[in-house]
Design a protein around this ligand. Structure first.
Ligand code: 2AM
Ligand code: CA
Length: 265
């Protein structure tokens, strides 16, 4: 795919994701307790996630014929192929169901298993973050950059608390304790895709979490990289997509923050 085609597809993806964002906004507050299923410990889903996914699959298939899908709700057969969309139709389902205003839609496109496009819509603020490979990162058409900060004491850190996998909680909370002393503070928004986009646009300096899935991070990770930031797994290599652990950090704090992660995990 040429850069021009990729740019066009990125714009189309933003338009598609916006129509699904309208649907999520319309459904907010309408889901009854009987309509909520528990997939696994603390992992919730409703018709909203599934319908949003079906809307995305239909429109993205039309935008890129012969593409295949890896999706959280598995409303379509999960396949591998040259062009594969990795989709979370509602990232932050718990927030959505509790009417806490941080949730998003995350769509990434891979070509031969390399991520080439990422779009995340933060629904409540109507902020569309996007990036394509070697094309830079954008927030509603404005270019974005990670924060120029190399001072840990001035850094605002995002994380996700463990909510079902408590195997590494000791290491996690030891690092948490260190960070509340050594940084400006820690936030837990509840949508990994939004956390990553907030690192990309400089609102957060760094973000770390474990036990995530590829659809939570695929789009946001490219957006961070294209905004001049870095994304790793906890060991400092590139296995963040399927490795179930991720660190995103601005350029100035890369070395110091990765040393902190590696000394705890
Ligand atoms: P999801 O809403 O798509 O499942 C943040 O910790 C990440 O974990 C989110 O991206 C969210 O993605 C996922 N998650 C799933 N269940 C959660 C829960 N009960 N509390 C917090 N995050 C949850
Ligand atoms: Ca989800």
């Amino acid at each position: 795919m040429t850069q021009t085609e990729l740019k066009l597809l990125c714009q189309q993806t933003c338009e598609i994701i916006n129509t699904v964002g309208d649907f999520l906004r319309d459904e907010l507050g309408k889901v009854s307790n009987q309509q909520i299923e528990t997939k696994s410990l603390n992992s919730l889903v409703s018709y909203v996630d599934k319908t949003a996914e079906e809307m995305l699959v239909e429109q993205l298939s039309a935008a890129l014929p012969n593409s295949v899908f890896l999706t959280e709700e598995e409303t379509i057969e999960q396949q591998k192929g040259e062009f594969r969309w990795i989709i979370d139709p509602l990232d932050g389902t718990t927030n959505f169901l509790h009417q806490i205003p941080v949730f998003s839609i995350s769509v990434a496109l891979q070509q031969n298993e390399e991520t080439i496009l990422g779009v995340v819509l933060e629904v409540n603020r109507n902020e569309c973050f996007s990036a394509f490979k070697n094309g830079g990162a954008f927030l509603n058409d404005q270019p974005i950059k990670v924060k120029a900060n190399d001072n840990l004491s001035d850094a605002l850190i995002a994380t996700g608390f463990p909510y079902y996998d408590f195997e590494r909680e000791e290491a996690y909370f030891k690092l948490f304790r260190k960070l509340i002393h050594d940084t400006r503070g820690i936030r837990r928004l509840g949508s990994a895709a939004v956390d990553l986009c907030y690192v990309a646009c400089g609102r957060f300096d760094a973000y770390f979490e474990y036990s995530l899935n590829s659809w939570d991070v695929a789009a946001g990770a490219l957006i961070v990289q294209e905004a001049g930031g870095h994304v790793f797994d906890f060991s400092g290599v590139n296995e963040f997509l399927f490795g179930k652990e991720i660190v995103a950090v601005n350029d100035g704090l890369k070395k110091e923050f990765m040393e902190l992660i590696q000394s705890h995990f």
